[in-house]
Design a protein around this ligand. Structure first.
Ligand SMILES: *[C@@H]1O[C@H](CO)[C@@H](O)[C@H](O)[C@H]1NC(C)=O
Length: 152
């Protein structure tokens, strides 16, 4: 057999294996919403997250636990948007976006192109809702994004 054909076939197999091993073409996203509420509402945190096509469900999140889900983006014109309705104690809640193309994705994307999944992490705390800013490798920062809203 022609050397070039052997080389080319091997090359195609390597590409096929490499992409099959990855669940998503360019790496997918793993989103997690972590309960760090440690004050009077400790143990009373719930979240219901969804996108247009995916409903993650209503979850009670234990202290220091999280609710996590993964998804793959369309390479061509990604439009995925996730939002959560979070509840803390009896009187505080908030509906907020957890993944948007223009504002949130650039903040939580890690500078690691070998990652199978990029993590986007949200922290629910007593004083509000934080996003883990992963723009600088090795210099993660927790950024407060929202205050809780009081329910009457
Ligand atoms: C509660 O959590 C906040 C931030 O996560 C931390 O700064 C604080 O020290 C914690 N308080 C207690 C009592 O553990």
């Amino acid at each position: 057999m022609n050397k070039h054909i052997i080389f080319f076939t091997t090359f195609l197999c390597v590409i096929a294996l490499a992409t099959a091993a990855k669940p998503c073409w360019l790496g997918g996203w793993a989103i997690n919403v972590v309960n760090q509420v440690n004050g009077t509402d400790k143990g009373h945190v719930y979240a219901h997250c969804k996108s247009k096509n995916d409903d993650i469900g209503f979850h009670k999140i234990k202290y220091q636990h999280s609710t996590t889900w993964k998804f793959c983006e369309n390479i061509f014109g990604p439009t995925t948007l996730f939002f959560c309705h979070a509840y803390k104690g009896q009187h505080q809640e908030l509906v907020f976006d957890v993944f948007t193309q223009d504002t949130i994705k650039p903040l939580c994307r890690e500078l690691d192109f070998k990652a199978n999944y990029w993590r986007c992490s949200w922290l629910l705390r007593d004083d509000g809702i934080y996003l883990v800013d992963r723009r600088e490798k090795g210099k993660e920062k927790n950024m407060k994004m929202h205050d809780w809203k009081h329910r009457a």
